[in-house]
Design a protein around this ligand. Structure first.
Ligand code: RIB
Length: 305
């Protein structure tokens, strides 16, 4: 049987977003200009990005038994995502994120994980078939590290390409790195994972090599509006980004990852896929919210070079 589609395993959060001119300093009170709630969570966002672009997409995650879960389910369902492996639990509340977006479109995010951190290795037990059938497995770090480890092992056992978006970054077991086909940190995450302070491109290379030496096959460092860099033992290539005026950068990294997975699942080359992901992410920052800002394939086709 031909492998097809993308499985995203990860978090779903309700995003409570305040738009303000500038971030408050510690102890300072500032006024916001607007408040909105958006469906979010890095896992759910990446699944929506992939599905909106036209990819067959499965989302596996855990939500609570509350109103936020219903709204998040509706968003995923209306975006055509297969939710057969979505779980509900009474152990905690559905994940949520408190987000502040400033006048330049930058964000600050506090995540309260709730049920996302209750997604266990045990929960993956009956999903072997899915890991075998899909072309790509994509996950992030808003679920327990042991679960990420099991996901990576299942992908490897089933010869399925594994992408890890190490966000938010934290210390990872050494045994995880050789299982990663594509690791997609931003510069801050790369610093945390490698222990190398990044000030320039040379530092990026040094930091990426720390991870390649641990067994990661490819590192793709996302650089926001500057684009992204692909690094493996044979190459160090910059893919220039598409300059736009950003109004909300929330979910740009998720759009990049969902688009990358989508494109690779359609047998595009890694060069085509990174370029496609750069352009997809550039559209998402011109609109508010995470899932609400993600482009269709048609929109990306109109601007891609
Ligand atoms: O990457 C953006 C996402 O991070 C938000 O949607 C928020 O929920 C947090 O998970």
């Amino acid at each position: 049987m031909n492998k097809e589609g993308v499985l995203v395993v990860g978090s779903a959060n309700m995003d409570l977003v305040v738009f303000t001119n500038s971030f408050p300093k510690p102890g300072e009170t500032v006024f916001g200009n607007d408040f909105q709630m958006f469906p979010g969570g890095k896992g759910a966002n990446q699944a929506v990005a992939c599905s909106k672009l036209g990819g067959k997409t499965y989302f596996m995650g855990k939500m609570g038994n509350d109103d936020f879960a219903n709204s998040l389910y509706d968003s995923l369902h209306s975006n055509n995502i297969d939710l057969s492996y979505l779980m509900k639990s009474k152990e905690s509340h559905t994940g949520m994120a408190l987000i502040t977006v400033d006048g330049k479109g930058e964000n600050e995010i506090v995540v309260v994980s709730g049920t996302n951190m209750k997604l266990t290795c045990e929960d993956l037990k009956n999903s072997n078939v899915l890991f075998k059938d899909v072309k790509i497995v994509l996950t992030q770090l808003e679920i327990p590290t042991e679960t990420v480890m099991s996901i990576a092992n299942l992908a490897s056992e089933n010869n399925t390409l594994f992408i890890l978006n190490p966000a938010p970054a934290k210390e990872l077991p050494d045994s995880l790195f050789p299982l990663i086909d594509y690791l997609t940190p931003n510069e801050t995450e790369l610093e945390i994972l490698s222990g190398v302070k990044i000030k320039n491109e040379n530092d990026i290379k040094t930091a990426a090599y720390v991870l390649l030496d641990k067994g990661v096959k490819n590192v793709i460092v996302t650089l926001a509006e500057k684009g992204s860099i692909l690094i493996n033992k044979n190459r160090f290539d910059l893919f220039i980004g598409n300059a736009v005026v950003a109004i909300d950068t929330t979910g740009a990294g998720d759009t990049f990852n969902g688009a990358l997975a989508y494109s690779l699942s359609k047998n595009k080359t890694i060069e085509e896929s990174i370029n496609f992901a750069n352009y997809s992410a550039s559209i998402s920052v011109t609109r508010r919210g995470a899932q609400s800002s993600m482009p269709t394939k048609q929109e990306v086709k109109q601007i891609i070079q």
